[in-house]
Ligand binder design. Structure first.
Ligand code: FA5
Length: 342
């Protein structure tokens, strides 16, 4: 009887291993597994027969053989399962993947979006004027977006920036201290903190406000900040830079004007408008002489250095340059619109 059992153990292991190896997919494997490993599996049935073996040593030995067979079976199931999962994953990826090799022809090649084009051109114009290009984060701290720009907690000008706040990322941060930047001016502070004058830099980027979309407003738009800090910088340098920039970016049939205005971070402050020969004045941005408190927040001595800063709306510049009637048109992603500006 025991030699018979030996044989049966070997046979049922072999047949179970064969079944596992021939399972063609994970579902078929599951069926095989419940048949060979379950209570009704052949090895389990053989184990139940052990009670009939009288000799205790032989019973032990047979028990060990069955245990070994079960371990080998379990190992082969794991290996087969991995193989099948790998194969099925590969097949799924292949079937869901897009064929990016399709040839769409030379004439249908894409091009940069009208706002990206404006941004690149702006950078080119300012690099041509001797400026460097810097960047800062879109998720900002209250400190950089407001506080260091001479807008302490209770400052009324804060309410002009309809701000989107984020949940603080760490328990050390106060609620309301993390936000999506409402302008590119915080990059001024970051730049001053890491670089001593002379500074001649522009800082383009995306900004966010809870503004209702209309012909000239979007809740997500783009600005380019300018910052110059050096010895002996005056308002005349600011006016000259803006005039040079207007001619270079828009062409000689555009003129610019500066209108007195107010920003907490500049003193004096002005608003910057442009127009075509026959057109209406369009507000493009704000500018002014950097407020001494802002220089101090950036670690620069206002007794030694002065500076000017500006912040223009890039989307409005693209709109004016290409005579687009409504700023929202630029974000509907209608190819018929976008293809007009190759
Ligand atoms: C500012 O954001 C100041 N940080 C600008 C500045 C920088 C002043 C440095 C002084 C020194 P203002 O909120 O006016 O200012 O926005 C500047 C420009 O961004 C506007 O003139 C306009 O061209 C553009 N802009 C403002 N809101 C929107 C909007 N919702 N959609 C599109 N463009 C906008």
């Amino acid at each position: 009887m025991t030699s018979d059992l030996h044989q049966q153990i070997a046979d049922s292991l072999e047949s179970a291993l064969r079944d596992v190896a021939s399972a063609g997919d994970t579902r078929a494997l599951q069926v095989v597994v419940s048949a060979v490993q379950g209570k009704k599996g052949r090895l389990a049935e053989l184990k139940a027969l052990l009670g009939q073996v009288g000799d205790i040593e032989q019973r032990k030995e047979l028990g060990r053989l069955i245990g070994d067979a079960q371990s080998r079976l379990a190992a082969s199931i794991t290996i087969r399962e991995e193989q099948l999962k790998d194969r099925e994953h590969g097949e799924r990826v292949a079937s869901e993947g897009m064929d990016l090799s399709e040839f769409i022809g030379e004439h249908q090649r894409g091009h940069a979006h009208i706002v990206t084009q404006a941004m690149t051109r702006l950078e080119d114009v300012f690099v041509g004027l001797g400026f460097e290009v810097a960047e800062g984060p879109e998720v900002e701290l209250d400190f950089y977006n407001f506080e260091a720009l001479n807008m302490p907690k209770s400052h009324p000008a804060r309410s002009e920036f309809d701000t989107m706040f984020l949940e603080p990322g760490s328990p050390a941060q106060q609620p309301g201290s993390v936000l999506l930047r409402t302008h590119t001016s915080p990059v001024q502070i970051r730049l001053m903190q890491r670089q001593q004058p002379p500074i001649y830099a522009v800082m383009p980027g995306r900004v966010f406000r809870r503004d209702t979309p209309d012909a000239t407003h979007m809740p997500v738009f783009h600005q380019i900040e300018g910052l110059v800090v050096d010895k002996g910088i005056t308002f005349a340098h600011l006016a000259g830079t803006i005039e040079a920039f207007t001619k270079a970016f828009f062409g000689s049939d555009f003129t610019s004007r500066l209108r007195p205005s107010f920003f907490p971070f500049t003193e004096p402050s002005a608003e910057f408008d442009i127009r075509r020969a026959e057109g209406d004045w369009i507000e493009l941005g704000g500018c002014g002489m950097v407020h001494p408190n802002v220089l101090r927040a950036g670690g620069i001595d206002p007794e030694e250095y002065t500076g000017f800063a500006f912040g223009f709306g890039i989307d409005r510049m693209a709109k004016e340059r290409h005579q687009v009637a409504d700023i929202r048109e630029m974000y509907t992603n209608d190819l018929r619109f976008l293809r007009q500006f190759p």
